[in-house]
Design a binder for this molecule. Structure first.
Ligand code: UD1
Length: 366
């Protein structure tokens, strides 16, 4: 019997832990899983609603760390997580993704000699100005089991000297949640509530510090979205930092005078219903690049790099950068019916069964 602490902290963690926790609970003779929520994200719309939509049991521990600078937030998570590990003495701590909670909890375990499994290991944007890239590299370097979503990630890890026996290509647990929720999401009335017809609107999300923390870059992106919105409504569920910066930089009027529709962040099922019926998605999110690939929805990634190249090689993703001319050109080509990406394949092992393989892997290596 393995006692596992499953760590969640920020919005993109919830859909990764949900299927793992469910599978571990199903195999009750093999696993005792506990959920630790660091509280990195704490708004109802950024956290609680995901527990409801994804059927995640209430956390066994809530560390309530909240927002702060990277150093303070990481330190607070470490300070609050250490006593939990000392008390529970888990066989493994499982961390997912690349947020501050991921590295903070992994670092605590590495010093206490508790084994760490990292889900979504090996992804690399090769852009060290991105906080997530530092979190990925450091977490991978101290993890005992590196569970990957694609073979390029295995290759990155091998190149960094990780022994092959620590790496296991298990597929994409994010897609487990997606397939599990597709039918449920059909009950969402989000499209009707916003007056949208399938395939006649675009969806955008932006929250990367490099895109929304600098007025010039952000304005450029809004200009591109505004031009796209002359042709079809652009629905923009905005992350709290994005919303705050729209107010801070005085962009509210610019948005209001365009066809961009700024709305509050959506829950998992409403958001799935929304993007699954979109003509086009424009985003700087990592997860959304994968979700659009799994569903065959055209996606333009408004970044200069991606840690998820498989979504470009096999899926519908196109890396367009942050130049407004390039973004609008690519968007208009899609709207005129051109295929910007020739690909529409679902990558290997993005089949809804990654959590099963993760559990098998933990039992085998133990
Ligand atoms: C974090 C992750 C990022 C992920 C994103 C998804 C890191 C380094 N970054 O970025 O990889 O893509 O989550 O959302 O961990 N805020 C609220 N309410 C909340 C959470 C945040 O208002 O529930 C506001 C606060 O003003 C906070 C800011 O958003 O200061 C940023 O939150 P933080 O968790 O530090 O980073 P994210 O930008 O959300």
């Amino acid at each position: 019997m393995l006692k596992i602490l499953n760590v969640v902290g920020a919005r993109p963690n919830f859909m990764k832990i949900a299927p793992i926790q469910r599978e571990m609970l199903r195999r009750e003779n093999d696993f005792t899983p506990l959920i630790v929520h660091t509280g990195q994200h704490y708004d109802a719309a950024m956290s609680d609603s995901f527990f409801v939509d994804l059927g995640i049991p209430a956390p066994d521990y809530h560390l309530e760390v909240g927002s702060a600078s990277h150093a303070v937030q990481t330190a607070r998570i470490m300070t609050a997580f250490e006593p939990v590990v000392l008390r529970e003495k888990p066989d493994w701590v499982l961390v997912v993704g690349d947020v501050n909670s991921t590295i903070a909890c992994a670092l605590v375990c590495s010093k206490l000699g508790v084994k760490i499994a990292h889900v979504e290991a090996g992804l690399r944007s090769r852009d060290r100005s991105m906080p997530e890239e530092i979190n990925r590299i450091l977490t991978d370097s101290i993890s005992d089991l590196l569970l990957t979503t694609s073979q390029d990630a295995d290759e990155n890890l091998r190149r960094e000297g990780v022994p092959a026996e620590k790496i296991n290509f298990v597929g994409n647990v994010m897609i487990d949640s997606l397939f599990y929720s597709l039918e449920l999401a059909k009950k969402s009335a989000v499209r009707e509530n916003l007056g949208l017809k399938e395939n006649r609107y675009a969806v955008t999300t932006l929250h990367r510090p490099s895109n929304v923390d600098e007025a010039g870059v952000f304005e450029n992106l809004l200009d591109a979205l505004s031009r796209v919105s002359e042709h079809l409504p652009v629905i923009f569920p905005a992350h709290p930092r994005t919303k705050a910066n729209i107010a801070k930089f005085g962009f509210a009027e610019k948005v209001e005078n365009s066809g961009i529709k700024l709305i509050d962040p959506l829950g998992y099922l409403d958001f799935l219903r929304l993007y699954s019926g979109a003509r086009l998605v424009l985003t700087d999110s990592g997860g959304l690049q994968e979700e659009t690939t799994a569903l065959g929805v055209p996606c333009l990634t408004l970044r200069e790099n991606t840690e998820r190249p498989i979504t470009i090689e096999m899926g519908t993703n196109v890396l367009v950068g942050t130049d407004s001319g390039k973004i609008t050109n690519a968007a208009f080509r899609i709207l005129s019916g051109e295929t910007v990406s020739e690909n529409k394949k679902i990558p290997p092992l993005w089949d809804g069964r990654a959590a099963e393989r993760i559990c098998n892997s933990l039992l085998e290596i133990n």
